[in-house]
Design a protein around this ligand. Structure first.
Ligand SMILES: Nc1ncnc2c1ncn2[C@@H]1O[C@H](COP(=O)(O)OP(=O)(O)OP(=O)(O)O)[C@@H](O)[C@H]1O
Length: 266
């Protein structure tokens, strides 16, 4: 569904250039949920922006269903970290969710159904007439998720969507994403700096190196498919996998410490 091949991104600034991504190749199959983690500043956001068609790549290609991405593809939705800036404050929750459907020329009745269903799915049916600034941060991010779900994308991209919410809200939103992903069977690429979150959510975790950035590892998460905050996170295998990813990121940062968890996970 999503193929990234030889992706390279060099930012050109006056008098200097910054190589954010050197050479990334990976794929995400249809209906898969893949997380991307890596050391701070390794180019996770740059990768997501290139995949979303918001930023031109210096070299390499991104393909969705075999079609090269040259600008934002109509089949993709993106949820960003800054929910405060991604929702229009002068519009109600309902209008925010409906807007992309209007732009996509979805007929009115169909729009109504999709907006109502997605607000229901994220537990915000009662807040449809509120404005974003009347809601908590977690609720605003639910609106952004409802907007993406109502759009029914083929590919859903998420850039550290829960970085700015508290731990309890974050756990609830993670489970919401897992539920929506299963119900909608949407191909999902989820960028996070949180190793536990990546292991909890992902069917695979792609570990990026630090600059010059390449794929360090493409790790299958062989945990039971039905995830649960308490049970899954208490599994010995969860601890092994998170330990392994942690050690990989430490190695990427140039810190050497491969503990027993890393050795067991391989
Ligand atoms: N517009 C830009 N112009 C020049 N350099 C940039 C630009 N945007 C990002 N960079 C640089 O590219 C590199 C990768 O940045 P990016 O934000 O993609 O990393 P990240 O992994 O998402 O970071 P973090 O973990 O801090 O969220 C960094 O060195 C950053 O300074």
């Amino acid at each position: 569904m999503l193929e990234v091949t030889g992706l390279k991104k060099v930012y050109q600034a006056p008098g200097r250039s910054v190589e954010a991504l050197r050479d990334l190749t990976f794929r995400v199959d249809a209906a898969e949920l893949v997380c991307v983690v890596g050391p701070s500043g390794c180019g996770k956001t740059t990768l997501l922006r290139c995949v979303a068609g918001l930023l031109p790549a210096t070299a390499g290609t991104v393909r969705v269903s075999g079609e090269p991405v040259k600008g934002p593809p109509p089949s993709m939705a993106v949820v960003f970290q800054e929910y405060g800036r991604s929702l229009f404050p002068w519009m109600t929750v309902w209008q925010n969710v409906e807007l992309p459907l209007q732009e996509k020329k979805v007929p009115r009745e169909e729009r109504r159904r999709r907006v109502a269903e997605s607000l229901e799915a994220v537990g915000l049916a009662e807040a449809a007439s509120a404005h974003p600034w009347q809601l908590s941060g977690g609720m605003q991010q639910r609106v952004a998720i409802a907007r993406a779900a109502a759009y029914e994308p083929k590919v859903l991209l998420m850039d550290e969507p829960f970085a700015a919410v508290d731990a309890q809200t974050r756990a609830d939103l993670e489970d919401l994403i897992l539920r929506l992903w299963r119900d909608l069977e949407v191909t999902t690429l989820f960028v996070t700096h949180d190793i536990d979150e990546a292991v909890y959510l992902g069917q695979r975790v792609i570990v990026l190196s630090s600059s010059p950035t390449v794929v360090m590892e493409d790790l299958k998460i062989d945990l039971p498919p039905q995830r649960d905050q308490l049970t899954t996170r208490s599994l010995p295998r969860f601890a092994e996998l998170r330990g392994h990813v942690y050690a990989q990121i430490q190695r990427a940062r140039g810190v050497r410490e491969a503990g027993p968890a890393e050795q067991e996970a391989r």
